[in-house]
Ligand binder design. Structure first.
Ligand code: MRU
Length: 327
């Protein structure tokens, strides 16, 4: 199953807002519909967003009048600000616009294929590293969703988890639920169950305590942007898990393709952290969870400083930020 693809002259996605209740594929034929799907997280996760950006420009090249094409590219590139892959994918495809719509599509499909290949390589490299750093049959804590749903196939951190399970070298997984939109509970739990990986779901705040209790041997998660100094921007809650891992003395491992590394941003402090609708915090599935009128903060991502990161595994290399290595 591909989370996102080009099918019969349109973009096809798995609508992640419908999971875990229903697995539905949605056909997207306009740039506006794609932007809407990205904003409501029907398609999400850094590698998948990169492909969405590129395919969105391919769609624009076919459907948008030339006079409006640059604006459409910028709208696609900027409809979520934090994951570097989205803008990068859109601009990479847009660079082929002078060669015609077919060339733009070819570039987008190439990017899709590169992400599929990157996931496969990271799974193997990451599994080797986890065994080295966390020992035989570790219990790993993961945050947000980094499986096939966040990529095209395979995934990043969750791809490593599934590979360890395949090798019979995994003890189990603790998936943190990932408030407010529950990517861990809705999506990671769904993917782990489908892969028959043993896991337990925990509220986000349980992570550092379970680490302190000795119930976690390592933390493994993905990234939305990796800065030049090795700071990692990822789903809100990642930083707390990194602090917990440091306090417990266990490895904190980030798995992300090279396409998530942003050498132009020196440090995490320079990243535009998406602030989302307060309604996501104040209610769930239409039910209010706080008194009406409660103000809310809703940063979608946080920054884990490089000193707290044991390793970043990409499709090309392993970087050790806390030993002074830089991407
Ligand atoms: O807001 P989301 O769901 O798009 O956030 C996704 C994450 O933070 C993932 O951890 C990250 O993109 C890595 S995906 C392999």
């Amino acid at each position: 199953m591909r989370t996102i693809d080009w099918v019969d002259d349109a973009i096809e996605i798995v609508d992640q807002t419908a999971l875990p209740a229903t697995l539905v594929r949605v056909r997207i034929t306009t740039v506006d519909d794609l932007i809407g799907a990205i904003r409501r997280l029907a398609v999400r996760g850094a590698p998948a967003l990169g492909v969405a950006g590129a395919l969105g420009v391919a769609l624009a090249a076919r459907t948008v009048a030339e006079a409006h094409l640059d604006a459409a590219v910028e709208q696609v590139a900027g409809c979520r600000p934090t994951a570097v892959n989205l803008g990068r994918g859109a601009r990479r495809a847009a660079a082929r616009i002078p060669d015609g719509a077919q060339a733009v599509l070819a570039e987008a499909l190439l990017l899709r294929d590169e992400e599929i290949a990157a996931s496969a390589v990271m799974a193997v490299r990451g599994a080797d590293l986890v065994t080295e750093l966390c020992g035989q049959r570790p219990t790993l804590l993961t945050h947000c969703n980094t499986g096939a749903l966040a990529a095209v196939t395979g995934g990043t951190a969750l791809g490593v988890v599934v590979e360890l399970h395949r090798r019979r070298l995994l003890g189990g997984v603790i998936a943190s639920e990932t408030r407010p939109l529950l990517q861990g509970a809705r999506l990671t739990a769904w993917e782990l169950a489908a892969a028959r990986v043993p896991f337990r779901l925990a509220v986000d705040s349980a992570g550092p305590f379970l680490m302190a209790l000795g119930q976690v041997d390592g933390v493994i998660l993905g990234a939305d942007r990796i800065c030049a100094n090795g700071d990692v921007v990822n789903k809100i809650g990642s930083y707390a898990h990194a602090l917990g891992a440091r306090a417990a003395g266990i490895p904190f491992i980030v798995v992300a393709p090279e396409s998530t590394i942003d050498p132009r941003t020196a440090a995490g402090s320079g990243v535009d952290i998406e602030e989302r609708d307060p309604a996501e915090v104040l209610s769930y599935h239409g039910a209010e969870v706080a008194p009406r009128g409660t103000p809310a903060a809703n940063p979608a991502f946080d920054i884990t400083p490089h000193e707290l990161i044991t390793a970043i595994v990409t499709d090309r290399r392993t970087i050790r930020p806390n030993r002074g290595e830089r991407p």
